[in-house]
Design a binder for this molecule. Structure first.
Ligand code: ATP
Ligand code: MG
Length: 341
């Protein structure tokens, strides 16, 4: 059993969580630089492919970006609603050919074997890694969904940053190396905040003013969610009822995923408040099961090996112990920078 959370210790945890945000979030200048890169690339590509449009998505836009996060860009072509009938692999190869002529880029590489074909490259002046994908339309919507959650309450932002720092420190946050993506961990934080009693955030996909839930279909999935966050106090009865501090919630989250949540029985599912069983989804062969909020056939934990699953669960158990145990002689003021991690 962990010692009780004293006000003093709880205060230190608050500071640690807030510091994760302060140290790693980009400032306005860095945000503008991302937008400039997007514009510059768009005009460069348009010289050869008029009608090309580039959109930022992922952590550049979802409210949980790091200074050094990659730049996720989705390419579309004016007048074309979907990628149906397009030879995406050829377009990606053509795009790589064009971008190789750009003097500000290095290591331009088309990756056409992945589930989502992309062009990858390095933008020299900003030292940022860039990925361009085609018609990744659902990702644009899940980016908007995450940014709406971030706008509800500042504790959402602090916890998602803390989770990202934690997963990077523990080396469990790299999907390309068989782990879970940042996106998956963000969904875990949101799910915890929805299931907390009283909840910190609602399930935005379940809130609507119309008699029936509106239907906005993208790639066959309903991407509707309530996005008028300033109207939430009037539409969600639980609004403002959770008054826990960030530090209490962070420890609550580590406890939730190590002691309370039944991974075998339930799906991490943010589209609704009611519990969803792994049995109902027929997703019983994996231990960590995370349903994408829009693409309901997509389990973000599907690629985890048993070994990796154990490694992730151990990181959470260690985290719960480390964050739950006050250290004797812990500095009164938390040191300002954590960038040495
Ligand atoms: P980071 O700061 O680590 O780059 P990120 O949210 O941008 O965080 P990426 O891995 O770069 O994470 O993914 C970019 C975006 O692509 C995500 O925000 C999400 O919209 C989408 N995405 C990533 N992985 C998945 C996935 N497994 N399923 C569905 N969408 C995904
Ligand atoms: Mg990214």
């Amino acid at each position: 059993p962990l010692p009780a959370l004293t006000p003093k210790f709880s205060n230190i945890l608050d500071q640690v969580c807030i510091q994760c945000y302060k140290d790693f979030a980009p400032n306005i200048i860095e945000d503008q630089a991302r937008e400039h890169i997007r514009q510059n690339l768009e005009s460069f590509i348009r010289q050869e492919f008029p009608g090309t449009r580039l959109n930022l998505f992922g952590s550049s836009k979802n409210g949980f970006g790091f200074k050094q996060s990659d730049l996720d860009i989705c390419m579309t072509i004016d007048g074309l609603e979907t990628s149906e009938g397009l030879d995406c692999i050829r377009i990606i190869e053509e795009l790589a050919r064009v971008l190789k002529k750009h003097s500000g880029l290095r290591n331009v590489l088309p990756i056409t074997t992945a589930k989502v074909p992309i062009v990858k490259f390095f933008h020299v002046r900003s030292s940022l890694e860039v990925d361009i994908s085609l018609y990744n339309t659902l990702a644009l919507h899940n980016t908007r969904l995450l940014s709406s959650y971030a706008a509800i309450d500042s504790r959402v932002k602090y916890l998602c940053y803390t989770m990202k720092v934690f997963t990077k420190m523990c080396d469990i946050g790299d999907a390309s190396r068989g782990s879970l993506s940042s996106y998956a961990y963000t969904l875990m934080v949101l799910y915890f905040l929805q299931q907390r009693n009283p909840p910190v955030i609602p399930a935005l996909q379940e809130i609507y003013k119309e008699p029936k839930k509106p239907e906005i279909l993208v790639d066959g999935w309903n991407v509707y969610f309530f996005d008028k966050i300033d109207e939430l106090p009037a539409c969600w009865p639980d609004y403002g009822s959770n008054t826990e501090s960030v530090g209490e919630l962070w420890l609550g989250l580590l406890r939730f995923y190590t002691e309370e949540f039944d991974f075998k029985e339930h799906v991490i599912c943010i589209r609704r408040k009611n519990l969803l069983t792994t049995f109902k989804k027929q997703w019983t062969s994996k231990y960590i099961v995370i349903e994408d909020p829009f693409d309901l056939n997509h389990n973000l934990g599907a690629g985890l090996s048993r070994k990796m699953t154990n490694f992730i669960m151990k990181a959470f158990i260690n985290g719960r112990r480390v964050f739950g145990t006050p250290i004797k002689g812990f500095p009164k003021e938390y040191p300002s920078k954590m960038e040495y991690f």
